[in-house]
Write a protein that binds this ligand. Structure first.
Ligand SMILES: Nc1nc2c(ncn2[C@@H]2O[C@H](COP(=O)(O)OP(=O)(O)OP(=O)(O)O)[C@@H](O)[C@H]2O)c(=O)[nH]1
Ligand SMILES: [Mg+2]
Length: 470
C-alpha cells in the first residue's frame, strides 16, 4: 500500500455540536500531548507528564489571557494503542455551541489543523489499524438503524471481509506460483513436455473449488444481504379509497397519512419506516390509481408508478367489502410484474370478495391476506407473512456468510471475470504467462476491497461520506 503517512496534527469536535450532556474535542497527531500541556490545568498538581489512557479532571484555559473556558475531563492516549495509531488527546467538556467553539478555536490557535470529514478514520486506515472494509463498517455502524444492519456492520468491523479476502488471496498466490513454476519448468524443458497442459486440470479444479465457487456464492448472497443492510422497500398501491393510507398508519402504529372517506385523498408519496424482525422497512403510501384522474391526481399517479418500479415488494390493497371493478384490473396491470403481496382490506364489513375470488380472478400464486386496517384486525398475519416471505431467508443466510456492500460486490465481479478468463486459458492450453496475468488482475481486485491497491480517489470517495470528527 503506497500512501504517504500523515505527519501533522488534526482536531475536530467529535460529537454533534449543540446543547447536550457531553461534547468531545479530539486531537490526533504528534503535537497532541504538547497541546494538552499548554491548555490544560489539572486539578491535582504534579500530574504532568499525563499517563496514557487515564482521565484527568481540570480546566481548559485560554493561554492568551489565562481565562478559564470550561471544566473538563481530559485523556491523553499514547500511540500506537489508539483509534488512529497516533497520539490522541480527547477533551470531554460541556456540550454547548459557545464552549465547543471556544475550545476548538483555542486548539486551532496552537497551530493544529481542523480535520476533514472522516480524517481520523482515514488515519486509522493509513496507519494500518483498519483495512478499507473495516473503515466502511465504521460509517455503516454510525448509520445503522436496525439490529440486522448493525450485526452486519459489526462483523465487517471485526475483520470478516478481510479474513475472507485474505484467504482467497492466499489461494490465488499459491495457484499463481504453481503456474509460474510451470512456466519456468516448461522453459527448462524447452517446451518439449508442455508441462502446463498436464497441470491444467489440476489448476482448474483448484481455481473452481477455492476461488470461483466461493466467490460466486458470496456474490449471490448480495441481494439478500442488501435487504438486511439497507432495508426492505414496500410500496402500498391500489385504487382510491381502498384503505392504503389506513394500512400505512396501522403498520406504523401512528397517524402518518391523512385518511378521509373521499377517494383521491393521497396525492403525493408519503414515506416512513418501521422495524420488522430487526430489519428496517421503508414504506411508501401512494396516490390511488384510477381512470380519468384530475390533473393533480395524474401527477400523483405518475409518482405511484415510479415508486412501484423501485419497490422490493408491492402491497396491492383491494377493498374486500365492495365488488372488484375495472379500476382494480388497471392497478393489477400496473403492479403484476412486481413482487406482489395482496391485501383484502375492510374485513370488518360484509365480504364481497373472498380470498379465493381474488386468487382465481387475478391468477395469484397464493391467497391474499384478509384484514381490517381500520380496526388493526389481523395485522399480525400481514407482519408474519412479510417476515416469512422476505426477511427469514436473508436473516438465516446472513448468519453463516459475509454480507457485501455494493463496492465489494463490484470488486468481486471484476475478480471473478479475470478468474474465469484464467480458467478458460488453462482449459484451452494457453501459454502460462497469460494465465498468470489474469490471476494477478484478480488479486489486484481483491486488494481493492481492502484498500490495498493504492487508489487514493477511492479513499477520497469513501471518507467524504463520513462526518467531521470521525
Ligand atoms: N370499515 C373500514 N373502513 C376502512 C378500512 N380501512 C380504511 N377504511 C376507510 O376507507 C376510507 C378511505 O381510507 P384511506 O386509508 O384514506 O384510503 P386510501 O386508499 O388511502 O385512499 P386514497 O388516498 O384516496 O387513494 C376511510 O374512510 C377509511 O376510514 C377498514 O379496514 N374498514
Ligand atoms: Mg391515501
Amino acid at each position: 500500500m503506497d500512501f504517504p503517512l500523515p505527519e501533522d496534527t488534526i482536531c475536530a469536535v467529535a460529537t454533534p455540536v449543540g446543547e447536550g450532556g457531553i461534547g468531545i474535542i479530539r486531537i490526533s497527531g504528534p503535537e497532541a500531548p504538547a497541546v494538552a500541556g499548554r491548555l490544560f490545568r489539572p486539578r491535582k498538581k504534579g500530574v504532568f507528564p499525563l499517563k496514557s489512557h487515564r482521565l484527568y479532571l481540570g480546566w481548559i484555559h485560554d493561554p492568551d489571557d489565562g481565562q478559564p473556558v470550561d471544566e473538563v475531563l481530559l485523556s491523553c492516549m499514547a500511540a500506537p494503542h489508539t483509534y488512529t495509531r497516533e497520539d490522541i488527546v480527547e477533551i470531554n467538556c460541556h456540550s454547548g455551541y459557545a464552549v465547543l467553539n471556544r475550545i476548538l478555536e483555542i486548539v486551532l490557535k496552537s497551530g493544529i489543523r481542523l480535520a476533514e470529514p472522516g480524517e481520523f478514520t482515514r488515519r486509522a486506515f493509513l496507519n494500518g489499524r483498519l483495512d478499507l472494509s473495516q473503515a466502511e463498517a465504521v460509517i455503516d455502524i454510525i448509520r445503522s438503524r436496525s439490529h440486522q444492519s448493525l450485526l452486519i456492520a459489526n462483523r465487517h468491523m471485526q475483520g470478516a471481509v478481510r479474513e475472507m479476502v485474505e484467504q482467497w488471496r492466499g489461494h490465488l498466490l499459491d495457484i499463481r506460483s504453481n503456474v509460474e513454476a510451470a512456466i519456468d519448468f516448461s522453459e527448462d524443458l524447452d517446451d518439449q513436455e508442455g508441462d502446463i497442459p498436464s497441470q491444467a486440470d489440476f489448476l482448474c479444479t483448484r481455481l473452481r473449488s477455492e476461488l470461483l465457487s466461493p466467490i460466486e456464492q458470496t456474490i449471490r448472497h448480495y441481494c439478500a444481504g442488501r435487504i438486511l443492510r439497507e432495508g426492505l422497500t414496500i410500496v402500498l398501491a391500489g385504487k382510491p379509497n381502498v384503505g392504503k393510507s389506513s394500512l400505512l398508519n396501522a403498520l406504523l402504529g401512528k397517524d402518518r397519512a391523512i385518511v378521509t372517506p373521499f377517494p383521491g385523498t393521497t396525492r403525493d408519496v408519503v414515506e416512513d419506516s418501521f422495524i420488522l424482525s430487526g430489519v428496517q422497512v421503508r414504506i411508501l403510501d401512494t396516490a390511488g390509481i384510477r381512470h380519468e384522474p384530475d390533473e393533480i391526481e395524474s401527477f400523483g399517479i405518475e409518482r405511484t408508478l415510479h415508486s412501484v418500479s423501485q419497490a422490493d415488494v408491492v402491497i396491492w390493497v383491494i377493498d374486500g367489502s365492495r365488488p372488484i371493478t375495472s379500476e382494480d384490473d388497471s392497478v393489477f396491470h400496473a403492479v403484476s410484474r412486481r413482487e406482489l403481496l395482496v391485501v383484502l382490506n375492510k374485513s370488518d364489513l360484509p365480504c364481497h370478495v373472498s380470498e379465493l375470488d381474488a386468487k382465481q380472478r387475478f391468477g395469484l400464486p397464493s391467497a391474499p391476506v384478509r384484514l381490517s386496517a381500520l380496526n388493526s384486525t389481523d395485522m399480525e398475519k400481514l407482519r408474519t407473512l412479510l417476515t416469512e416471505r422476505y426477511l427469514r431467508q436473508p436473516i438465516e443466510q446472513s448468519e453463516g456468510t459475509i454480507v457485501l456492500n455494493l463496492r465489494h460486490k463490484g470488486c468481486l465481479e471484476d475478480a471473478l471475470q479475470s478468474l474465469c478468463s484464467a480458467e478458460e486459458l488453462l482449459r484451452g492450453g494457453a501459454y502460462g504467462e497469460l494465465v498468470s496475468f489474469e490471476l494477478a488482475q484478480a488479486s489486484r481486485k481483491l486488494d481493492s476491497i481492502l484498500g490495498w491497491d493504492g487508489d487514493s480517489e477511492l479513499l477520497d470517495r469513501i471518507f467524504s461520506r463520513f462526518c467531521i470528527g470521525k
